[in-house]
Design a protein around this ligand. Structure first.
Ligand code: SAH
Length: 237
């Protein structure tokens, strides 16, 4: 069972349109569509913006729907300055850039119980996704660290700080929270994030212009990944 999480309607609409044998459930005010996409059994949800929504959605997918893989799909701000709008970032790892216990001597980004600042993405899923790139439209695809926080980053100084501190390629508001839930539950996770903006002063306008197209591109990549997972037929993954 593969759980697919987007934060916004535009991030899941192509996926729900591709579903068959679909049933709808509501749990803790979140809606879950359970059915098939091609050869994969999936549960798809729009979790809403931010870490709490994302963590709750991932937990429900694991506990109620038996998800053993989660794919987080959606748009992101670019921190790696070689990235442009509509390029793709495939997660290699996740951090939560807004966790900060440094006044009491703990490394920024570290949740003491987690033991490390970064949480790895599933290496096989990331390699599989990268093997499907570049996308047919030729956009760049890289693997990189996703930095998550409950903030829309729209300041080039702040973006540079997060990039430097965590070696992050892109910023979002959900991935790191889903990663924590998956790590605590022993569930495989990959995030596919398409760039909507540069997390700088123009991020708001850029987000409005590019988010719908970026979200669709990411969903198309998810569809290709599902196809590849189905073809592997449960052997390695
Ligand atoms: N307009 C939306 C809110 C979008 S918040 C609404 O009204 O519901 C931005 C979303 O896109 C988040 O889900 C986040 O994961 C991602 N995102 C894109 N660019 C971002 C940036 N610069 N900083 C943080 N998150 C970003």
């Amino acid at each position: 069972m593969i759980g697919i999480i987007g934060a916004m309607d535009i991030e899941i609409s192509l996926l729900t349109a591709a579903m068959s044998d679909c049933e709808e459930f509501t749990c803790c005010s979140q809606k879950f569509l359970w059915g098939r996409i091609g050869g994969c059994e999936v549960v798809v949800s729009k979790c809403g913006i931010g870490k709490v929504n994302a963590a709750m959605c991932a937990s429900i997918m694991i506990l109620k729907f038996g998800a053993d893989i989660i794919i987080n799909t959606g748009v992101a701000g670019a921190l790696d300055r070689s990235l442009k709008q509509l390029d793709l970032v495939i997660s290699s790892a996740f951090v939560q850039h807004d966790i900060d216990l440094s006044p009491i001597g703990i490394e920024p980004g570290l949740i003491p119980e987690n033991g490390s600042v970064s949480i790895a993405s599933d290496a096989e899923l990331s390699a599989l996704a990268l093997s499907l790139a570049p996308s047919p439209d030729g956009a760049k695809a890289i693997t990189g660290v996703i930095a998550t926080g409950d903030q829309f980053i729209a300041d080039s100084g702040r973006a540079a700080d997060i990039a430097a501190r965590f070696g992050a390629a892109a910023c979002d508001m959900e991935g790191g929270a889903i990663a924590q839930v998956c790590a605590m539950s022993g569930i495989k996770l990959i995030a596919l994030r398409c760039i909507s903006d540069n997390a700088d002063g123009s991020a708001g306008l850029s987000f409005d212009e590019f988010a719908p197209q970026a979200a669709d591109k990411c969903s198309n990549m998810v569809l290709r990944l599902l196809d590849a997972i189905a073809k592997k037929d449960g052997q390695a993954i």
